[in-house]
Ligand binder design. Structure first.
Ligand code: PLP
Length: 464
C-alpha cells in the first residue's frame, strides 16, 4: 500500500521531466521529490512552505548560505560588464586574472599557474591529463597510472568517476578505466583489524601503498590523488601521521600528490585548506564548490612552477596547449570567486569555523553515544554519523534495508536536510551558521535519531 501523500503539481512536473542525479529512480515517483523554492541564510523552504536547515550547504558548497547580497551584487555587476568571455587563444579578462592571483596568494604551497574548469570533476579530469602531459614532456611515457583510494570521491566524468572509489560509481558504468589503481581507505574504525592500534593500522596501509607501487612498477605511476578529509565516501578523517608517511613513499618514487580540495577548501576544516589541517603537502591542487560559495559553477587546478615549465616545453614541441573548456574561467564564476574569498577574509569566516568547531565536536560526541551510532567523526564543520545494527560489534545494517536514506527522510520531516552516504549521515552546514542555529540543527538530528531508533526496532532491523 502506498502511504505517501499524492504528489503536488510541481512534484509531478518534476518526475515527468527530470532525470535526477544520485537518486533511486525506481522510488522517485512513489516518494516524490522535495522541491526547494527559496533560501535565506542557513534555511531553505520547499514549495509547500516547509522550512529546513540546509545542514549540507547543498552539496558541501554553499558555505556562505543563501541570499548573500554581496555575492548577488558582484554577479549582477559582472553580468552587466562582461557576461561571457573565455581564455582560449591567449584571450584574457580581469575576473579570471584576479581570482588566479588571489588563489596564488592563499595557496598552501607555492603555486605558479591556475587553470580554470567548470566543475570539480573537470578539475580532477584535467589533473590526470596534466600528469600524463607532464610525463610525456619529461620523456617518461610509461609513467601514467594514477593511484586513488577506496571510498574516495573525485567526481563523475569517465576519468574522475574512475578515480572515485565507490561501487555505485563503477557498477553498471563500465568503470574504472585502466591506468587507475585503488589503495586502502584510511578509515580506522571500519578497516582497523582486531587488536590493531591506529598507528599500526596507518603503518599497515602505508606499507600496502608501497607494495602496490613496487608491484606495478614505480616508473608506471604518475600520481596519487587524495581528499585530505574524504567527503562523499562518508566524512573519513585519516589518522595523524598518515599523509606524512604517504608523502615519503610517493617522493621516493617521484610520484606527485594531487590534493583534491573540492570539499575541504576555503575554510571548511578550520584552515584555508584541508591539507593544512591534516598535515598533507600537495604537489598540485583541485578546487571548486566553496570557491564561489556555490553561487556559480567553477573549478580550478593549481600547479607549481616546475610542472608549469614542463607544459611550456611540451607546448613548444606540439605547437599549443590543447586543453580547455568553453566555460572554464567564466567571468561570472570568477567574479563570484573573488568576492567569496574577499568575504571569507573580511568576515574572518575561518575564525568563525574555528570558534564553532568545538561546539560541533561536543554535539557529535554526544550523538556518538546514541545506540544506533557506531562512530561520529568530524573535522572543522564537517561530520559523519555512521549508523550500525550493533554498536558493540560495529555490524552494519543490511544495505538492502536502506536505513541511511530512510533516516535522511525522517530528518527532513524534522526540518534538517542532511545527506545519507550509505548508512552514514553527513553534516556540512554553511560556515556562516550561528551557534544557536547549529544547536537547533543538532536538536533536530537527535529528534530524528530517536524516531529512527523506533522505526528500526519496529522493522526488526537490528536482529541478526
Ligand atoms: N572532488 C570532490 C572531493 C568532491 O566532493 C566532488 C563533488 O562532490 C567532486 C570532486 C566533483 O565535483 P563536481 O560535482 O563539481 O564535478
Amino acid at each position: 500500500m502506498n502511504t505517501h501523500p499524492p504528489l503536488s503539481n510541481i512534484q509531478t512536473r518534476d518526475v515527468e521531466a527530470l532525470l535526477h542525479p544520485y537518486t533511486p529512480l525506481h522510488k522517485l515517483r512513489e516518494n516524490g521529490p522535495t522541491v526547494i523554492e527559496r533560501g535565506k541564510g542557513v534555511y531553505v523552504y520547499d514549495t509547500r512552505g516547509k522550512e529546513y536547515i540546509e545542514g549540507m550547504s547543498g552539496l558541501w558548497c554553499a558555505g556562505l548560505g543563501f541570499g548573500e547580497e554581496e555575492l548577488v551584487e558582484a554577479a549582477t555587476e559582472q553580468m552587466r560588464t562582461l557576461p561571457y568571455y573565455h581564455l582560449f587563444g591567449a584571450k584574457g579578462m580581469e575576473p579570471a586574472i584576479e581570482l588566479a592571483e588571489k588563489l596564488k596568494e592563499i595557496a598552501p604551497v607555492p603555486i605558479s599557474k591556475v587553470f580554470f574548469t567548470s566543475s570539480g570533476s573537470e578539475a580532477n579530469d584535467t589533473q590526470v591529463k596534466l600528469a600524463w602531459y607532464m610525463n610525456n614532456a619529461l620523456g617518461r611515457p610509461k609513467k601514467k597510472k594514477i593511484i586513488s583510494r577506496q571510498k574516495a570521491y573525485h567526481g563523475v566524468t569517465i576519468m574522475s568517476a574512475s578515480l572515485t572509489g565507490l561501487p555505485y560509481n563503477h557498477m553498471g558504468w563500465d568503470l574504472p578505466v585502466d591506468r587507475v589503481l585503488h589503495t586502502d581507505c584510511p578509515h580506522f574504525y571500519r578497516f582497523g583489524q582486531e587488536g590493531e592500534s591506529e598507528a599500526e593500522f596507518t603503518a599497515r596501509i602505508v606499507k600496502s601503498l608501497s607494495d602496490l607501487i613496487e608491484r606495478e612498477g614505480p616508473d608506471t605511476i604518475a600520481a596519487m590523488i587524495a581528499e585530505p578529509v574524504m567527503g562523499a565516501g562518508g566524512v573519513i578523517v585519516p589518522p595523524a601521521g598518515y599523509y606524512a608517511a604517504i608523502k615519503a613513499v610517493l617522493d621516493q618514487h617521484d610520484i606527485i600528490l594531487i590534493d583534491d580540495e573540492v570539499i575541504n577548501g576555503f575554510g571548511r576544516t578550520g584552515e584555508w585548506w584541508g591539507c593544512q589541517s591534516l598535515g598533507m603537502t600537495p604537489t598540485t591542487i583541485s578546487a571548486a564548490k566553496q570557491m564561489t560559495a556555490a553561487y556559480a559553477p567553477l573549478g580550478a587546478v593549481m600547479v607549481p612552477e616546475d610542472i608549469y615549465q614542463a607544459y611550456v616545453d611540451h607546448s613548444a614541441k606540439i605547437g599549443t596547449f590543447g586543453h580547455g573548456f568553453t566555460y572554464g574561467g567564466h567571468p561570472l564564476g570568477c567574479a563570484l570567486g573573488v568576492k567569496a574569498i574577499e568575504i571569507y577574509q573580511k568576515r574572518d569566516i575561518i575564525g568563525h569555523v574555528r570558534k564553532l568547531a568545538p561546539v560541533f565536536a561536543a554535539r557529535m560526541d554526544r550523538v556518538a553515544k546514541h545506540p544506533l551510532v557506531g562512530e561520529a567523526r568530524y573535522c572543522g564543520l564537517m561530520g559523519g554519523v555512521e549508523l550500525v545494527a550493533d554498536k558493540a560489534t560495529k555490524r552494519p545494517f543490511d544495505p538492502k534495508s536502506g536505513v541511511g536514506p530512510q533516516v535522511a527522510r525522517i530528518l527532513e520531516g524534522h526540518g534538517a536536510i542532511l545527506r545519507a552516504i550509505g548508512d552514514t549521515i553527513a553534516l556540512c552546514p554553511p560556515m556562516v551558521i550561528t551557534e544557536a542555529e547549529l544547536t537547533e540543527l543538532f536538536d533536530r538530528l537527535e529528534k530524528g535519531l530517536a524516531d529512527a531508533e523506533a522505526w528500526v526496532a519496529k522493522a526488526g532491523l537490528r536482529t541478526t
